[in-house]
Design a protein around this ligand. Structure first.
Ligand SMILES: C[S@@+](CC[C@H](N)C(=O)[O-])C[C@H]1O[C@@H](n2cnc3c(N)ncnc32)[C@H](O)[C@@H]1O
Length: 316
């Protein structure tokens, strides 16, 4: 059998470090990570990708900005939470996520990637990793249910009636066609856990940059069969005035988070499993999974694209 090529070093790889244009971000300049050397050692995984900057904004949800829907990890909750990030790469989103969690309350973030990328994560997340911080680093090759199960059994505390994973977070993982089916399998696996006492359904937050629609559309058509999903919108608070005890805020119009940026068209989606899909069998055959598993194809993404046509800046 020929070994599978390393997806982080495709032929003719020609990438360079990225920079954030958002001055309010901790990632501004991204100088705290040496992307130059991590790209050399880890290829694609060593770069901070464009979608990561947009996801970072959403995770930080600074004062003065309103997001619809609000970031699921920031929602009020009871009990401890397991958050799993897929394809963490440099770990920049894991750093922001870690700040939203409370290790003393039992919250855990598991930053995952291919086995050979875990050393990069461990290096960049130094000081935030378990036992003192809320972040663990584990290998999770998409579609490998044994690795997924191992994370769930290590951190998803079923005995306390907790959902095995409360939130799944991904940035810039939809690009090579051969990776789309295994990625969908991992998303299904991590959200298929049996619910005990909590009514919460796990959320999936995906930051996605459009690169090649014909190659990427099949993912969204299959994803939408299992997941209900919507794009994130944002608006800025322009001013706030107080009259007696009443505070009135004035906001700008809504625009889609990530729309029409200099570095591409980016979507942030928030998704949850369609309740009926929790009863379906996940087909073992990739072709069956990607063609809707007998439940049709979903056109949510096509409809979203049609709605954006003629709306260059993504405003409403
Ligand atoms: C484009 S990078 C995105 C990295 C980071 N999330 C970001 O937005 O900057 C894709 C990431 O997916 C990881 N990856 C690629 N194939 C994978 C697979 N089969 N299983 C798990 N991770 C994979 C890569 O190692 C890399 O870190």
């Amino acid at each position: 059998m020929t070994p599978r090529a390393n997806p982080n070093f495709p032929l003719n790889l020609d990438i360079s470090p990225s920079i954030s244009t958002d001055r309010s971000s901790d990632l501004e300049g991204a100088g705290f990570l040496d992307q130059e050397s991590s790209i050399r050692d880890f290829g694609i995984a060593g770069k901070i990708w464009e979608s990561a900057y947009v996801l970072d904004e959403y995770l930080r949800s600074s004062d003065g900005m309103e997001y619809d829907p609000p970031c699921p990890v920031l929602k009020p909750h009871t009990g401890s939470r397991l958050v799993v990030e897929l394809g963490s790469g440099t770990g920049v989103n894991a750093l922001a996520l870690g700040k939203l969690l409370d290790a003393s309350a039992g919250d855990v973030l598991v930053a995952t990637d291919l086995d050979d990328v875990c050393p990069l994560l461990l290096k960049n997340l130094q000081g935030c990793t378990l036992p003192n911080g809320p972040i663990a680093v584990r290998p999770l090759c998409w579609g490998d249910s044994a690795q997924g199960e191992s994370i769930l059994s290590e951190f998803g505390d079923d005995d306390r009636g907790m959902m095995r994973a409360a939130h799944i977070v991904c940035s810039d993982l939809i690009y090579f066609p051969e990776l789309l089916t295994p990625l969908l399998r991992s998303l299904l696996h991590l959200t298929s856990a049996i619910q005990r006492t909590t009514p919460d359904i796990p959320s999936v937050t995906i930051s996605y940059k459009i690169r090649s629609l014909p190659k990427e559309m099949p993912f969204w058509a299959a994803f939408g069969v299992w997941f209900d999903y919507q794009p994130v919108w944002r608006r800025a608070q322009r001013s706030a005035s107080r009259l007696g005890s009443t505070v009135t805020s004035e906001f700008s119009g809504w625009s889609r988070l990530g729309a029409a940026r200099d570095d591409g068209d980016i979507f942030v989606f928030v998704a949850q499993r369609r309740p009926e899909s929790l009863l379906w069998d996940i087909p073992a055959a990739d072709v069956a999974l990607m063609s809707g598993a007998g439940h049709g194809a979903d056109d949510t993404f096509e409809r979203l694209l049609l709605m954006s046509i003629g709306d260059d800046d993504g405003t409403l």
